[in-house]
Write a protein that binds this ligand. Structure first.
Ligand code: FCB
Length: 419
């Protein structure tokens, strides 16, 4: 791609920010993932792979539980005006049906800290982790799971309705969690069962629908309002999914493989379309299958087998256009401790987001993953996604050079590109 010195303007009111999740940044959580991290099976597995188990225990993480003001000061300094974070269910409802008011108050203070800095909160209700009591009841396999989740949602939204307007029910529940935990056996509970995979997906879709209705009820908005009209009220609810851009040669296309994979990626959105005010898209990588002639910018350094393919975000946005819903890019980023690739990565992806907007995709905002380095699930602390570097020994924060470059884009609402 060769684009010289062009200035590309984003729509007025476009939101610029970054994202995090509770388990990855807060520290000292007590949920089904922390149990798994410390289990003897997991430790034995890591040792067998020649890895140091302590790199894979979330522990104090970034201690953002205590340091969120410092983190948000930096986000403000970097001109961000939206921040996506998640609420940790196990903190709010540590025992079944018993809600912790103190923890709820802390999230209120956290949201106030964002608002005081001119940053709009986008709140995710579930980002991969579950309370232990819930996991003991069978987790997302339990047919009562959607009901448990809706009860928790009601408590949180009752408490935060005056502070929050943008809600996300689930992060990548059907596209990532269901497959890694129930099909590929890589995440807790390490099951490999295709029937469970589909059962869990079904429960998430049901839970999203119930939670959507509950949230709308709390705000006194009719859930039957169509499409964009509900975005103009004081509340909008969406579902976040991860999309890979799949490409292949003709053989797999003819066999319908690409179609099936795409269907699986967008199926939760299509099934919940009447219960979603916007779509949240997480995009990181493409995936080339047999015979693909697509070329890309090479491997994503700290996240094999991911690859860097900025145009993939355009392809996915063009596919999502057919849903006729506003779209937020809720995650996009690169793990790059040297910070050599991050600026180019962000700018190239933003170029393709801009292009998608010109071609009719209704994109409302972009959230870089992540505001700061954090605990990258089964890959532990090694991958460094942050705009801010974290020294895990001292917990000192240091802004990376690329963050300032992204900050200029956030400030001017435009991308000066010379690629
Ligand atoms: C996404 C997750 C997020 C983070 C990034 C790198 O799949 O939603 O928590 O781990 O990948």
């Amino acid at each position: 791609m060769r684009i010289m010195n062009e200035i590309l303007k984003f729509p007025e009111d476009f939101k610029w920010g970054s994202a995090t999740s509770a388990h990855q940044v807060e520290g000292n959580n007590h949920n089904d993932w922390t149990e798994w991290e410390k289990s003897s099976e997991r430790i034995a597995q890591l040792k067998k792979e020649g890895k140091d188990p302590s790199d894979f225990i979330s522990g104090k993480a970034c201690d953002s539980y205590n340091r969120y003001e410092e983190d948000f000061d930096i986000a403000q300094k970097l001109n961000q005006n939206i921040h996506r974070f998640s609420i940790e269910w196990s903190r709010i409802e540590p025992e079944e049906g018993k809600f912790d008011e103190g923890e709820m108050e802390r999230y209120k203070r956290l949201i106030d800290a964002l608002r005081e800095r001119g940053i709009e909160p986008m709140v995710t209700l579930w980002h991969f982790t579950n309370p232990i009591w819930f996991a003991e009841k069978g987790g997302w396999l339990n047919r009562k799971a959607p009901g448990y989740f809706t009860r928790y949602t009601k408590y949180v939204v009752d408490n935060l309705k005056d502070r929050v307007g943008l809600w996300i029910t689930f992060n990548e529940a059907t596209t990532v969690y269901a497959s890694l935990s129930y099909l590929k056996g890589e995440w807790p509970l390490q099951h490999k069962n295709i029937f469970e995979f589909f059962r869990v997906r079904k429960n998430f879709i049901k839970a999203h629908t119930l939670a959507y209705r509950e949230i709308k009820k709390i705000y006194g908005v009719s859930p039957t309002l169509k499409n964009d009209s509900s975005m103009s009220h004081n509340v909008a609810v969406g579902l976040v999914e991860n999309n890979v851009y799949f490409s292949s040669g003709n053989l797999l296309k003819v066999l319908g493989v690409v179609k099936i994979l795409n269907w699986l990626q967008t199926c939760a959105w299509s099934k919940t379309l009447s219960y979603s005010d916007f779509l949240g898209l997480n995009y990181y990588t493409d995936y080339k299958m047999f015979g693909s002639k697509e070329s890309d910018d090479g491997p994503a350094p700290e996240m094999p087998p991911w690859r860097i393919y900025p145009k993939g975000i355009y392809h996915r946005l063009m596919e999502l256009k057919r849903f006729k819903k506003p779209i937020y890019i809720t995650e996009n980023g690169i793990a790059d401790r040297t910070d050599q690739l991050r600026e180019k990565f962000i700018k190239e992806h933003l170029y393709w987001v801009w292009k998608a907007i010109q071609d009719g995709a209704d994109v409302r905002g972009y959230m870089y993953w992540s505001l700061l380095d954090n605990f990258e699930w089964a890959k532990g602390f090694k991958p460094r996604f942050g705009l801010i570097e974290v020294d895990y020994a001292t917990l000192e924060r240091k802004i990376r050079p690329s963050a300032y470059e992204y900050g200029k884009i956030c400030k001017t609402n435009q991308l000066k590109i010379d690629l």
